[in-house]
Design a binder for this molecule. Structure first.
Ligand code: ZN
Length: 260
């Protein structure tokens, strides 16, 4: 079964086989996404993917996958120079995640996936995953699609923009939004922007490393876009979602087999 936590009753949750259940905690953001996308982009994309995962539920036979209520605000202080961004401080966000994980653990669940769609949350997810392991004995996994190879195969097939085309409010996110909620996307306002020159090129300090700078969004982009949204299409968006569902099912099947 794949279901939302909030749609199950007390007794249904209590009776789940905790050895065969994975709980995912969706972490996203409410933050500026350039002139053409809504501030809820990361949350909308994650909700849409969860809907599609639930539809694909009969193809997951390894037990139960339960999506906890999504946290639609994350750590987005890098975007605070732009209107509409809401953010927790690192301390608040850490405390929230720690409290929610304590509840999930208290109710007997053993496997927790921090299910993250916002690059600014990645460091927090990785940091707290180890603490949750130590504090509650949970098996904790970090699902992150920004600083991992998650999208690599799909991008190889569909990305038409250049090296910096997929980053923020970009070809990937705009395509996903054209598929998920086209009425909120204003393609006539979309602009492409590469990161500022000091963070690009064939040298050490770039937005892709190997040396990272502690930048805020205004340091990197004037428009608030990093990437090439003008290459986005609804068709690509549907393909990206289909790819994500298949890959996520495979990831969850693998996690279901791990015990540590
Ligand atoms: Zn985003």
């Amino acid at each position: 079964m794949i279901a939302r936590w909030e749609n199950l009753s007390r007794d249904q949750l209590s009776m789940l086989d905790k050895d065969k259940t994975i709980v995912l905690l969706p972490m996203s953001a409410t933050e500026q996404h350039g002139p053409h996308l809504p501030v809820g982009t990361d949350a909308i994309i994650l909700q849409t993917l969860i809907d599609q995962m639930i539809e694909a539920g009969d193809r997951y036979e390894e037990g139960n996958v339960i999506f906890a209520p999504q946290l639609p605000i994350g750590k987005s202080n890098e975007h605070m120079d732009f209107c509409g961004t809401l953010t927790f401080s690192a301390q608040t966000y850490y405390a929230l995640l720690h409290d929610i994980a304590a509840c999930i653990s208290r109710h007997g669940f053993k496997k927790l996936v921090l299910f993250n769609s916002h690059g600014g949350n990645t460091d927090m997810a990785n940091l707290i995953s180890r603490d949750l392991r130590i504090d509650f004995g949970l098996q904790v996994y970090v699902f992150d699609w920004w600083f991992t190879s998650f999208w690599a195969d799909a991008l190889k097939e569909y990305q038409e923009s250049g090296k910096y085309g997929v980053f923020h409010a970009c070809e990937l996110e705009t395509s996903l939004m054209l598929a998920a909620r086209p009425e909120t996307v204003h393609m006539e306002l979309a602009v492409d922007e590469d990161p500022a020159d000091c963070f690009t090129g064939d040298k050490f300090v770039t937005v892709f490393g190997p040396v990272n700078a502690g930048w805020k969004t205004k340091d990197v982009t004037q428009s608030g876009v990093i990437g090439a949204p003008t290459y986005a299409t609804e068709q690509k968006g549907h393909a990206f979602f289909a790819y994500a569902v298949e890959k996520l099912l495979a990831i969850l099947r693998e996690i279901s087999q791990i015990n540590y």
